[in-house]
Ligand binder design. Structure first.
Ligand SMILES: Cc1ncc(COP(=O)(O)O)c(C=O)c1O
Ligand SMILES: N[C@@H](CCOP(=O)(O)O)C(=O)O
Length: 471
């Protein structure tokens, strides 16, 4: 299997080279040349597999034997040994039509651990076996950064620099990133929002000379391996839900989405043959994806600070991958649309294309008010405490689940990460010990202006061995 760019200007690459490239060298996103189809016999077999074995089966369809099976098994075992639940992503029933897939049992209590624990092991493997220098550059609204740092901290041959928006992540997210004092970690706190951080890193990845000279690697969902690792829990969730609710039910998934990475993994799983009924996008007041699905217009709007800060995103990175499939894999058309987005600040799909979007996706942007109301309601009715991102998913379940259907709503973070919102409801939650003990630790980060040149200077010094986080 080779990988190509959504914009068609990158010569086909193998799996490991694709991961190392991250963002396509033509500014597009890497996708498989063809999506492997999974037969009903295979699905029947897979439904009996535990999470780790399922991961190996799915991964092997994409990785061309570039990692020998024994090595892959070791990587997967090491990745999920850090999870607190033996099932990795267990499914809980909340009522007859609502199931919650808990994706927060990894080291940093958010769904990002599922892919990023693996990526940490993977980069370390590639560094050892191919002698590659791995200098990771990432942008985060809070969870990707914490999970990526946790995945590679202290690992030989790897350095990581993460940009997060200054004072726009939750206190726990900030502590998870900045209390790490390993020499291979640099936290830049940028006086801007997540979109600024993402724009800066994409510009740096697009500067091929700089990227090559400094061996820049991506951990965000622009990297196809992130998407791939996330498809595993869609399969796992579907199988567990069918087992618990009965095969006759139509199974929807409701997915908190910001950068379109989480939902795109579901889109890929469905294209592979997983019979998900409705793919529901759940967002907050930064509702660009909801507006797109409802009207066909994709137009980044004004940034809103919400109770679910990890989804405070206007420019959804993986939207381009979806556009590629919507436009029947026509990279010239994708380039034209992305050109229009850059020059006019919006793109529009109409007619049959819009009808297709609406048949493939449902979307809801929950307001801050709805969000808190739902957290309170589910707490008092079921005893279950939703984090504010998960609550967006549950709001979308309530909007779209119909008779004869069940919905698996993804719990993408533990509520302890977002106590700022939970406290507004006068709910006092007990913090897991791993989170409680962060509070006494010293923080290390460098606060900088929202300026690409400043980031460049920091990176050059860090990679040269000069800069470390300032306490
Ligand atoms: C807790 C949480 N939920 C949901 C999301 C949305 O995921 P994605 O950006 O991959 O769509 C994020 C990050 O964006 C997140 O951190
Ligand atoms: N919510 C994310 C935003 C970055 O998304 P990614 O999936 O592209 O890494 C975060 O927590 O940083």
């Amino acid at each position: 299997m080779n990988y190509i760019s959504t914009r068609g200007q990158v010569a086909p690459k193998g799996f490991i080279d694709t991961v190392l490239m991250g963002l396509g060298e033509d500014g597009g996103l890497m996708v498989p040349e063809r999506i492997p189809a999974v037969s009903s016999d295979t699905l029947e077999w897979w439904k009996g597999l535990p999470f780790r074995e399922l991961f190996i089966e799915i991964f092997s369809l994409y990785a061309n034997d570039e990692i020998p099976q024994g090595d892959l098994k070791e990587l997967v075992d090491a990745s999920y040994a850090t999870f607190r639940d033996p099932e990795v992503t267990p499914l809980r029933k909340l009522d007859d039509s609502l199931y919650i897939l808990e994706l927060f049992h990894g080291p940093t209590f958010a769904f990002k651990d599922v892919a990023l624990q693996f990526m940490g092991e993977f980069y370390s493997y590639v560094s050892k076996t191919r002698g590659e220098i791995i200098h990771i550059l990432g942008a985060t609204s809070g969870d990707t950064g914490a999970a990526a740092i946790q995945g590679v901290r202290g690992k030989e041959g790897i350095k990581i620099c993460i940009l997060h928006p200054h004072e726009k992540v939750s206190k726990v997210q900030e502590l998870q990133m900045t209390t790490v004092h390993d020499e291979n970690v640099l936290n830049l706190s940028v006086k801007g929002n997540f979109d600024d951080c993402q724009r800066i890193i994409k510009e740096l990845f697009s500067d091929l000379e700089f990227k090559g000279e400094h061996h820049l690697r991506a951990i965000n969902s622009i990297n196809f391996v992130r998407i791939l690792a996330q498809t595993v829990y869609y399969f796992y969730a579907y199988f567990r839900a069918a087992e618990q609710a009965g095969e006759s039910k139509k199974i929807n998934v409701s997915v908190p989405s910001g950068n379109f990475g989480n939902i795109f993994s579901g889109f890929l799983a469905k294209k592979m043959g997983l019979p998900i009924h409705k793919l529901i996008i759940a967002t907050n007041e930064n509702n660009i994806l909801e507006r797109f699905v409802k009207t066909g217009e994709y137009r980044p709007g004004e940034f809103r600070k919400t109770h679910s800060p990890s989804m405070d995103i206007q420019v959804a990175s993986n939207f381009e991958r979806y556009l590629y499939y919507l436009l029947d894999e026509d990279s010239a058309k994708v380039s034209a649309y992305m050109g229009t987005l850059a020059s006019e600040g919006r793109i529009v799909v109409e007619g049959d294309l819009l009808r297709r979007v609406q048949s493939e996706l449902q979307a809801l942007g929950a307001t801050n008010e709805q969000n808190l109301e739902l957290i309170g309601k589910y707490r008092s009715e079921t005893g279950y405490l939703l984090d504010p991102h998960t609550a967006c998913g549950v709001a979308a379940y309530e909007a779209f689940n119909e008779d004869g259907e069940i919905t698996v709503s993804f719990a993408t973070a533990h509520p302890a990460k977002f106590d700022e919102a939970i406290r507004l409801l006068d709910i006092v939650q007990e913090f897991p010990v791993e989170i409680a003990e962060l509070i006494a630790k010293e923080q290390y980060q460098t606060v900088i202006e929202n300026d690409k040149a400043e980031v460049t200077r920091q990176l050059e010094a860090f990679f040269a061995g000069d800069a470390v986080n300032k306490a």
